[in-house]
Design a protein around this ligand. Structure first.
Ligand SMILES: [Zn+2]
Length: 272
């Protein structure tokens, strides 16, 4: 029923636009037909933003904020931050010496279909959960075809504003939060070569307790980027959205703060 609805809506919108324009619809015609919505999957950058250890926190310094003598307003600030904090991208260079830097990741790998894999009911708030291939049996034969980014939803965004809980900070300072197994990273990079990036709603694609970061290494070796601390505390269709993965273009960056937006059909589609 849902698929009929969405197809009927799209057909209707496109037919209407064709009749108005007398030509094929532009992307603007489609995006602003009322069928799509824009969903922000980005945490704000402020004093609460979680950074990886040894990274500088987000520092926001007010420089000018005042009415001038002529009554006009002028405001301008400084900011500084590590690359790996908040919603951000890891460039392949992060874990591969000849991998791409942030500034060189091509746009056709950053504007791609978005697949959300919601495993939060399996995780059930367990920080020890590690995603194995058998958890994904139901989708092993999916053929996504097009280039895409795949984002795993562990259900962790709700803890973002409690750093100790989100990272699972232990008495000795180590971390404990869920993540992907090396097996899953191998499966994605070997069986689904159309996947251009891997995302998570936790602080790292590797589990918090990892010290050798195999998922980072496997993804980087295959030329994939990671997106971490994805804000997934709002409903997002698991299929049918387009991701705009737009990091700050830090030319030599190993990573960068990211504005992540999904463009999604308002009615849940049944296909990719
Ligand atoms: Zn990172």
């Amino acid at each position: 029923m849902a698929s009929y609805n969405i197809i009927a809506l799209l057909t209707c919108a496109i037919n209407y636009l064709n009749s108005v324009n007398g030509s094929n619809p532009t992307l603007n015609d489609v995006l602003f037909s009322g069928v799509y919505e824009f969903i922000d999957l980005t945490f704000p950058f402020d004093k609460n933003t979680i950074y990886w250890p040894n990274m500088d926190q987000f520092a926001f310094t007010k420089m000018n904020e005042a009415f001038r003598s002529d009554g006009s307003w002028y405001a301008a600030n400084n900011f500084a931050a590590g690359e790996h904090g908040g919603t951000h991208i890891d460039a392949p260079y992060h874990f591969k010496v000849d991998g791409l830097r942030v500034g060189n990741i091509p746009l056709d790998k950053l504007i791609v279909p978005l697949i959300i894999v919601d495993i939060s009911s399996k995780v059930n708030d367990d920080p020890s959960f590690v995603l194995q291939k058998y958890h994904l049996d139901y989708m092993l034969n999916d053929n996504w075809g097009k280039p895409c980014v795949i984002v795993f939803k562990f259900g962790w965004s709700k803890f973002f504003y409690d750093r100790n809980k989100y990272l699972g900070v232990q008495p000795n300072g180590t971390f404990h939060f869920p993540g992907l197994s090396a097996e899953v990273a191998e499966w994605i990079t070997s069986s689904h070569k159309n996947v251009v990036g891997i995302g998570v709603d936790t602080g790292s694609v590797d589990p918090g307790s990892s010290t050798d970061f195999p998922v980072h290494k496997i993804a980087s070796a295959a030329g994939l980027y990671n997106i971490e601390n994805v804000k997934l505390d709002v409903p997002v269709p698991d299929r049918g959205c387009t991701a705009l993965i737009l990091p700050m273009k830090i030319a030599l960056g190993t990573g960068a703060p990211l504005r992540l937006v999904a463009i999604c059909p308002k009615q849940t589609p049944t296909h990719f």
